[in-house]
Design a protein. Structure first.
Length: 196
């Protein structure tokens, strides 16, 4: 049997089996074979003292990878907020939320199995926190000023592992810490997930 070789083609890295069939396996994490989904939520107004604003629940049938989370926002007067990404090992209870359907990047992929919930009223009980995995301070300014700040988390770009949700008891929450929400404040949230 021929010895496999690592080859580069069109900017990607492959393992070539040298068996005359042209069979190659991509070695980079930019794997176009994974089902991918996108979601954009403009003008989200959180609760008055928001805690978990958005949760992503893992799946019973696939591994769910967080690829990108982008948050921008405006407020009547310039201010700033703290955003936390908290991993939870149990679901929130109570509150008011809507499940959001993500859009397939390839319509031939399977449907989304991760559950994405957007809260308009805080959960009455927060699920057990494993820990805060990421966070930042985001500046909010009047939209008319034209200076809109952006919080962008992108994973697996620096050979790091993307946050992976395994099973229905695995959650990641976008959490605003319970601080008073500024007057006229609204957030725009963009999310990209992949499943395999």
């Amino acid at each position: 049997m021929p010895t496999p070789a690592v080859v580069r083609s069109n900017g990607a890295i492959y393992l070539d089996f040298n068996d005359g069939t042209g069979s190659r396996v991509p070695l980079s994490d930019n794997d176009p074979l994974r089902a991918s989904f996108g979601l954009f939520l403009p003008g989200v107004t959180p609760a008055a003292t928001p805690t978990d604003l958005l949760t992503i629940q893992g799946s019973a049938t696939t591994n769910v990878r967080l690829r990108q989370l982008v948050v921008t926002g405006t407020a009547t007067s310039a201010t700033n907020i703290i955003i936390n990404l908290i991993r939870r090992s149990a679901a929130n209870t109570g509150g008011t939320f809507v499940a959001k359907a993500m859009v397939q990047r390839d319509i031939s992929d399977n449907a989304q199995t991760a559950v994405v919930n957007l809260y308009s009223a805080n959960p009455t009980g927060l699920g057990t926190a494993v820990g805060t995995m990421d966070g930042c301070r985001l500046n909010l300014a009047p939209a008319a000023t034209g200076s809109i700040d952006r919080m962008m988390f992108q994973w697996s770009w620096l050979n790091d592992k993307a946050p992976l949700l395994k099973g229905v008891n695995d959650f990641i929450a976008l959490n605003l810490g319970g601080a008073a929400w500024p007057a006229g404040g609204a957030l725009d949230i963009g999310l990209v997930l992949s499943e395999d």
